[in-house]
Write a protein that binds this ligand. Structure first.
Ligand code: TA6
Length: 241
């Protein structure tokens, strides 16, 4: 979490795992990252056990008036494994009478001991869109085994392997992210200048986090009436010697 994250109605929380749905970033007519992450209409659907809960968001009068007025139900499950892993999953059901399309991501903020000791592995050979260039610019192929952070990084990779790793050398740990049915992955660190423009993050806090976000972004997902889509990520930590 950012130390200065805001928690008011309508705020997107700077940290944790914001749910970007039904639009990732500026890829559509909704506000940045869609309405899901700011919605106050989430309800606890089921407390399955001491270690798993499911939350639900359905279409509301506000979403029906938005640029994405579709009938839907979202279910977001969070569960902690006996091994200490964290699994979060998003399921989208089309409860309407016509197909709809969306893009989405689980916008996970990972704490790191120091950005200078952080790197992301698993994306070598993958195509990515550079978010520092205009949307629609030519895709680039990742040539590096490890992605390091010496400037702002904002990239949408896809398609990508199911296992990604965030190395956090300062904390002597590696964070594995195993994803299912999320074809894409975003790697983001705002670096110095962009962080100064974030009202809910201290100016130096870019040094303490990396976002690795599993998503379905580069190709929108289309769901037929009555059908559903789901994706999940399992986050686990292992020692890094
Ligand atoms: O993480 C990728 C990204 O789309 C970046 O471009 C940056 O805008 C980030 O999301 C945070 O967005 P937010 O609206 O939460 O400030």
């Amino acid at each position: 979490m950012s130390p200065t994250a805001k928690y008011g109605p309508g705020d997107s929380i700077r940290g944790g795992i914001p749910i970007c749905f039904p639009q990732f970033g500026p890829r559509g007519d909704l506000p940045q990252h869609g309405f899901c992450r700011k919605s106050n209409d989430w309800v606890l659907e089921e407390r399955c056990s001491d270690t798993k809960a499911v939350y639900k968001l359905s279409a509301t009068p506000d979403t029906r008036k938005s640029a994405w007025p579709n009938e839907f139900e979202c279910y977001y499950s969070v569960s902690v494994g006996e091994d200490g892993s964290l699994t979060t999953a998003l399921k989208v059901i089309n409860t309407g009478q016509k197909p709809f399309s969306f893009t989405c991501a689980l916008h996970t903020y990972f704490s790191v001991g120091s950005i200078s000791g952080a790197s992301v592995e698993g994306l070598k050979g993958c195509s990515y869109e550079d978010g520092l260039q205009p949307l629609g610019s030519d895709a680039i192929t990742e040539e590096n085994e490890s992605i390091f952070f010496q400037n702002e990084v904002d990239r949408v990779y896809g398609p990508t392997p199911s296992l990604l790793t965030l190395s956090d050398k300062k904390n002597e740990r590696a964070i594995n992210i195993n994803k299912i049915n999320f074809p894409d992955a975003v790697v983001w660190n705002p670096w110095v200048e962009k962080t100064k423009g974030l009202a809910d993050m201290p100016d130096d806090h870019y040094q303490k986090f990396v976002c690795v976000e599993v998503g379905a972004i580069r190709q929108a997902v289309t769901v037929a009436p009555g059908a559903e889509w789901s994706g999940s990520q399992c986050i686990s930590v292992m020692p890094l010697k």
